[in-house]
Design a protein around this ligand. Structure first.
Ligand code: ZN
Length: 444
């Protein structure tokens, strides 16, 4: 179906952009070329974009004006990368407390609200612009093209489902998007043997170019293939997202899928940040859209700091993601000039279990709990099959709406036999292992 891909890329998507005054296609074409630029050229582009963004932040974003003035930084002081790296970082806490002052006064009424489950159990609510959305989707599509999944190719997603009351137009919009993109999505928030059989049957029938999924869902599906001694038709690649991909897990998956597995790194605040090319030797950063700082003084992994170059409506400048990582030296054998992240230590999410023996990926909770505005930070722990405890730092008591949403969505996934208790706490203590677990399964 090369023809469909061609029509989508050269006729339908440009027409959509034209009608809606959007820029996805333009950014996509640019990114296709710029990935082959030399590192110096990419850095020069990045600096020019950064300069524009900082100018905007100093002129139109009340919070940055105030924050930078407090440390004595003015726009004209920022002449080099070192000057930029001296600007104070932005934290999740600041976004929570100063969300409105972080919005540009030049973009009033033009912002799209969005929420994230957060990579450390801290939900964040933020805004983005259409312009930024077009940049980030173009960047994500480029990352997915490296394993061979091009826009318009068939794909199967082992993903989650929206929570809460989803408006009808949203369901329709998602359906239209998935149909046009030829994407089949399975909700893996509630895993049964029957689900794996259905996914297997669909992959055999639909013959996708690639499979995309949460690491834990792909891992479970790979386990199913091994257990039942099934194969799947050849795919170009398997794209792992949302959770850290450990080498042992990658190898097991590659055996089961008989295809290379590609690691990607992203977050809801920025969508796609980096992904592996065909060399699979570090993750190339989408450096035309984001500035990623990582790597400590002694070559130790350090907090990954991200600046989004194109979200002018609510600029994220030197934002602490809470993930650890470091940048890799040298050039990739593929010839792309994009910098690479060597390793990423993201969040760890344990699986949970339902009373009737099903498995629920930890990813379900950040997905659900981002909808609960009273939670500042949380940790979910399964005490036994009948009881889940959410320890949470809260702004105020749960509203009846939030309580109902929690009970309903947890009931949908876990069934009626599992109770969910909320335990308000002053702080979420660090675990002795030092790991940043936001869901903890039962022992054993
Ligand atoms: Zn490469």
């Amino acid at each position: 179906m090369q023809l469909y891909r061609h029509l989508l890329g050269s006729v339908f998507l440009p027409a959509y952009d034209g009608i809606r005054s959007r820029r996805y296609v333009g950014h996509s074409r640019f990114l296709e070329v710029s990935q082959w630029w030399k590192p110096e050229q990419l850095i020069a582009f990045q600096w020019a974009e950064l300069h524009k963004l900082l100018r905007h932040a100093f002129d139109f974003v009340p919070y940055y004006r105030w924050k930078y003035r407090a440390v004595g930084a003015s726009f004209s002081d920022i002449r080099t990368w070192d000057d930029f790296k001296r600007l104070p970082r932005l934290t999740r806490g600041e976004i929570r407390q100063h969300r409105e002052e972080l919005c540009s006064t030049a973009y009033q009424g033009k912002l799209l609200p969005h929420a994230t489950g957060g990579s450390t159990g801290v939900p964040t609510r933020f805004y983005r612009t259409y312009e930024s959305y077009d940049w980030r989707t173009a960047a994500k599509d480029r990352v997915y093209s490296w394993p061979g999944l091009h826009v318009g190719d068939k794909s199967v997603y082992l993903w989650g489902a929206p929570v809460g009351d989803v408006p009808k137009y949203q369901i329709w919009k998602t359906w239209l998007h998935e149909t046009v993109q030829r994407q089949r999505t399975f909700n893996t928030f509630s895993q049964t043997e029957e689900l794996w059989w259905r996914i297997h049957a669909e992959i055999c029938r639909y013959r996708p170019a690639a499979i995309v999924g949460y690491v834990s869902s792909l891992q479970q599906f790979a386990g199913f293939l091994g257990r039942t001694k099934r194969n799947i038709p050849r795919v170009r690649g398997v794209i792992a997202a949302a959770e850290p991909l450990f080498e042992g897990v990658r190898r097991t998956m590659e055996e089961a899928f008989e295809a290379p597995v590609y690691n990607t790194y992203g977050s809801r605040e920025f969508m796609s940040l980096a992904g592996e090319c065909e060399q699979r030797d570090g993750l190339h950063v989408n450096s035309e859209n984001v500035v990623v700082e990582a790597g400590g003084e002694f070559d130790e992994p350090s907090n990954i700091i991200v600046t989004d170059l194109h979200n002018y409506g609510m600029p994220f400048i030197r934002y602490e993601t809470g993930d650890l990582g470091k940048l890799k030296d040298g050039l990739c054998a593929c010839g792309r000039g994009l910098p690479r992240l060597a390793e990423i230590e993201g969040r760890v999410l344990d699986r949970l279990r339902t009373a009737d023996g099903r498995i629920v990926p930890g990813e379900f909770f950040p997905h659900l709990l981002k909808e609960i505005p009273e939670f500042v930070q949380y940790r979910v722990e399964q005490k036994d099959l009948e009881r889940i405890v959410i320890s949470a730092v809260m702004t105020c008591e749960l509203s009846s709406h939030s309580r109902e949403l929690l009970d309903r969505e947890i009931g949908k996934v876990f069934g009626g036999a599992t109770r969910c208790d909320i335990q308000p706490v002053e702080e979420i203590p660090a675990l002795p292992s030092g790991k940043r677990r936001i869901t903890i399964g039962m022992a054993g």
